[in-house]
Design a binder for this molecule. Structure first.
Ligand code: GDP
Ligand code: CA
Length: 303
C-alpha cells in the first residue's frame, strides 16, 4: 500500500515512524513542511524535515521530542561566548547535518535533492521530500506584531496569541519534484497529527499540492493532534481556540475542509459531532508500538 503523508515535525515524525514500521519498505513518502526553515549562524536549518529523518532513522531524542539522542551543545556554547546568536538550539550532532545541507544549497543543489541524499545516508527506504524547493516561510500575526515562525516559536516561546498565519512565497512556490507523483500514485493520502495551522497549512499553501489532494481518487485521512481537546505539545489548541473558536474534532476537521474523507480522533474527543466521518481510537503515541497501532487504524480508515 503506497502512502503519501503530509507532516510537520514532532507529532508528524512520531506518526511517520509508526507508519514506516507497518508498511513495506519503500511504500512511504513523507511530504514535509518547510515553513519553519530558518538561517541560524549562516546554516540552513529545516527543523521539520530533520525531525522526520531523525525519527525514521531512530536517531531522535524520544524524551525531548526533537533533535538527536546523545546530543551535546559545545558548538552553540562557543558561538554564544564569541558573541554569536544562540537563541535557536542547535546541538553538535545536529550541526553536522546543517553543514552538509548548507554547503549543498550554496552550491546550487535543490533542497529536495539534499534531503534525498541525507535520507539515503541515514539508510532510509522511506522517501522524505520537502513540500517545495522554493522559499516558503511562515509568518504569524499577533497582537504584538508579525514575526517569522521561529522568532515567535523559539525566540518568544510562542507566548503571543496568533490572529493569522501567512506563508510568504507560497503563491509562486512550485511543488518539489516527486511530491505530486507521490500524491497521485498513492493508495492513500494521510495527514499526520501535526499542528494544522503551522505544519500542514504551509504544505497545502503550495497550490499544486492542495489541488492534487483536492482532486484525489483515493481516500485522504487526517489524524487529530488533540487529545481531550488539548494539544499533546505546543500551541495547536490555543491557536484553534482563538482562530477557529474551539478545540473539538469539528474545529480540527474544518481546517481540512474538502480535503479529508475521515478524521481519526482520540477516545477522549469522541463526544462531539465532527462534520466528517470519524474513527475513534487511542491516539497518544507514547512509544513506537502505540504509533504503529495508530498507523494501522489510520490505514484501515483509508482503504
Ligand atoms: P512540530 O512541527 O514539531 O511543531 O510538530 P507537528 O506539527 O508535527 O506536531 C505538533 C503536534 O503534534 C501538536 O499539536 C501535538 O498535539 C501533536 N502530537 C504530538 N504527539 C502526539 C501524540 O502522541 N498523539 C497525537 N494525537 N498528537 C500528538
Ligand atoms: Ca514545525
Amino acid at each position: 500500500m503506497r502512502v503519501a503523508l503530509l507532516s510537520g515535525g514532532v507529532g508528524g515524525a512520531r506518526f511517520a515512524r509508526g507508519l514506516q514500521s507497518v508498511l513495506e519498505p519503500g511504500d512511504l513518502t513523507v511530504i514535509g513542511n518547510v515553513g519553519d526553515d530558518v538561517e541560524v549562524l549562516g546554516l540552513h536549518v529545516s527543523p521539520d524535515l530533520d525531525s522526520i529523518i531523525y525519527a525514521l532513522a531512530g536517531l531522535h531524542d524520544e524524551e525531548r521530542g526533537w533533535g538527536r539522542a546523545g546530543e551535546s551543545w559545545k558548538a552553540l556554547e562557543s558561538a554564544g561566548a564569541w558573541g554569536g546568536e544562540n537563541w535557536f538550539r542547535l546541538g553538535d550532532l545536529d550541526i553536522g547535518l546543517h553543514l552538509v545541507r548548507t554547503q549543498a544549497l550554496r552550491a546550487g543543489e535543490p533542497l529536495s535533492a539534499v534531503t534525498e541524499r541525507l535520507a539515503d545516508a541515514a539508510g532510509l527506504a522511506t522517501r522524505i521530500v520537502p513540500a517545495t524547493d522554493d522559499r516558503l516561510r511562515t509568518t504569524v500575526v499577533t497582537p504584538a506584531g508579525s514575526f517569522g515562525f521561529q522568532e515567535w516559536f523559539v525566540g518568544r516561546g510562542h507566548r503571543d496569541e496568533v490572529d493569522d498565519v501567512r506563508f510568504e512565497g507560497a503563491e509562486s512556490a512550485r511543488a518539489a519534484p516527486r511530491v505530486l507523483h507521490a500524491i497521485q500514485d498513492a493508495d492513500a493520502i494521510l495527514i499526520a497529527p501535526s499542528n494544522p495551522y503551522v505544519s500542514i497549512h504551509p504544505i497545502l499553501a503550495v497550490r499544486e499540492i492542495r489541488d492534487a489532494v483536492a482532486s484525489r481518487t483515493v481516500r485522504c485521512v487526517a489524524v487529530s493532534p488533540l487529545v481531550g481537546g488539548r494539544a499533546v505539545k505546543g500551541p495547536a489548541d490555543r491557536m484553534l481556540s482563538r482562530m477557529a473558536g474551539g478545540t473539538t474534532s469539528r474545529h480540527v476537521a474544518e481546517r481540512y475542509q474538502a480535503l479529508i474523507d475521515a478524521l481519526v480522533i482520540d477516545e477522549s474527543d469522541a463526544a462531539a459531532e465532527a462534520g466528517v466521518a470519524t474513527v475513534v481510537t487511542r491516539t497518544l503515541m507514547t512509544d513506537l508500538e502505540a504509533a504503529a497501532r495508530l498507523a494501522g487504524v489510520t490505514l484501515e480508515a483509508a482503504r
